[in-house]
Design a protein around this ligand. Structure first.
Ligand code: NAD
Length: 470
């Protein structure tokens, strides 16, 4: 597939294969863009800005709704491509498609709600006799840099609100899985003027870095790892930046919890997308009294997962994004075992597959839970009180989301108030998101919020106009 810049397809000189992690087959290839090509995309996006600003909100909204219809018509095709390039089970890809359609729909609706407010200057000293109001204006050019794990929906969380508030966009899709995003940008380009949406493929450290440093890009909207996010925040200068970064989300299970609900929460939270989820359950912090029963039930449910061809609808556990990624998870788990942890089930790697793994007696100082482990691993950490559970939950540089299982509203509120995370769910695992909610972490998990309305806030600037009527 070729890049889309200023409405034209650009093939580039050098290309890189996109590999199916399940069978190692080449799916397609994409250009490795040079810096001149990234600059061309910046120029085209800047040229197209006016065309979007002149378009009525009514028309922007209708055009986004047209893309919603097109994506719905091509849902199956997009889901299959997503499964091929990411290795996620087809049923999970279909869910990502449903959510992508929903995210786009929310943006089409939001395009009609971008307005300011009247401001009573007379409430301030010397303000009597003025009439003042604010306008919300587009920033100009937004660069969207996105990760491999939910490439389509996470990219739509950037492109759709950006266009809804009339910004042009340059998308740098993930290197490992760029195809679904590029195909989606083609749909957008059928509706919007050339240059409103552009794609630049290649290496993050080259073209991604170039976009981040360019004075002609007005905003960086990034989702990815903490390491890359920190680099971006240092280099972006005065431009606005939103960073949606990694997570190390706790699931706190207190002794009065419904154990079956908590077990289901881990199955859906730690093993979804082979554990490659920013808000995945990465640490189970459980009170001693119920830990043995919980572990036994969790092992039973984990062993029911079906590993296999991700295109087969019976498969519930697909591959990781690459064999290299699977080896990294294997090494981290093995190190925890050398250090005293005990594998209750799983722990086996086969190419890019890593079996769903439950690992007990994990301590706070083990790498497995100090850093974000991006694989299908459920580490159990046993504690003896609510207070200890909260301390363990907060003992991390991350703070994306958290889940707490208890029947006590007192303990639920204590945990909700004291756990440092952007979202705390009670009786639900952290791995839950609706596409309209404010989403974004505390601490090193990020800066700013997404969830269409909140992303629009971060992609507009506010101008005040005051009329002196004295
Ligand atoms: P990554 O940071 O390696 O890459 C993300 C994107 O950044 C890719 O497109 C990459 O090419 C680009 N990039 C790499 N170096 C760059 C640079 N120097 N300048 C600019 N761009 C650069 O992340 P990944 O491995 O693709 O994704 C996994 C990570 O993303 C995990 O940490 C996960 O938790 C996180 N994530 C966070 C969220 C969230 O919403 N908080 C959602 C999904 C994934």
């Amino acid at each position: 597939m070729d890049m889309l810049i200023g409405g034209k397809h650009i093939a580039g000189d050098d290309r890189e294969d996109v590999i199916n992690p399940y069978d190692g087959e080449v799916i397609d290839s994409v250009p490795i863009a040079h810096l001149q090509t990234a600059q061309l995309a910046i120029d085209e996006a800047n040229k197209s800005k006016e065309s979007l600003v002149e378009m009525s909100a009514f028309k922007v909204s209708n055009k986004l709704f047209n893309v919603v219809d097109k994506l719905r018509q091509h849902k199956q095709e997009f889901a299959e491509l997503l499964t091929l390039e990411v290795g996620k089970p087809i049923n999970e890809s279909l869910v990502e498609l449903d959510r992508s359609i929903e995210t786009l729909k929310l943006a089409a609706e939001e395009a009609k709600r971008i307005y300011g407010e009247s401001v009573p200057l007379d409430a301030g000293l010397n303000g009597k006799g003025f009439f003042a109001f604010t306008q919300r204006l587009p920033l100009g050019v937004v660069a969207a840099i996105t990760p491999f794990n939910y490439p389509l929906n996470l990219t739509i969380h950037k492109i759709a609100p950006a266009i809804a508030c009339k910004n042009s966009v340059i998308v740098k899709p993930p290197t490992e899985a760029p195809l679904t995003v590029m195909k989606f940008c083609e749909l957008l380009n059928e509706e919007f003027p050339d240059g409103v949406v552009n794609t630049v493929t290649g290496y993050g450290s080259e073209v991604g870095d170039y976009l981040v440093c360019s004075p002609d890009v007005d905003k960086i909207s990034f989702t990815g790892s903490v390491t890359t996010g920190m680099m971006i925040s240092q280099k972006a200068g005065m431009k606005k930046v939103t960073l949606e970064l990694g997570g190390n989300d706790p699931m706190v299970v207190l002794k009065d919890a419904n154990i079956d609900d908590a077990v289901r929460g881990v199955i859906n939270g730690a093993f979804l997308n082979a554990g490659q989820v920013c808000m995945g359950v990465k640490r189970i912090i459980i009170e001693n009294e119920i830990a043995d029963e919980f572990a036994e039930k969790l092992v039973g449910e984990t062993e029911k997962l079906v590993m296999g061809n991700p295109l087969d609808s019976k498969t519930t556990l697909g591959t990781l994004i690459s064999e290299k990624a699977a080896k990294q998870v294997e090494e981290t788990v093995n190190n925890a075992v050398k250090d005293g942890a005990e594998i209750l089930t799983g722990g086996i790697r086969d190419g890019a597959f890593y079996s769903a793994t439950v690992i007990d007696n994990v301590r706070e100082d083990m790498d497995l839970v100090v850093n974000e482990t991006f694989g299908p691993v459920a580490p159990i950490m046993r504690v003896s009180s609510v207070e200890e559970a909260i301390n363990v939950a907060n003992n991390t540089e991350y703070g994306l989301q958290a889940g707490v299982f208890t029947k006590s509203y007192y303990d639920a509120m204590k945990c909700a108030q004291e756990i440092e995370a952007g979202t705390v769910f009670i009786n639900k695992q952290s791995t839950f998101r609706t596409d309209n909610m404010p989403f974004g972490g505390f601490k090193n998990s990020g800066v700013g919020k997404e969830g269409i309305k909140y992303a629009v806030d971060e992609m507009t600037k506010t101008k005040l106009i005051g009329l002196n009527l004295r």
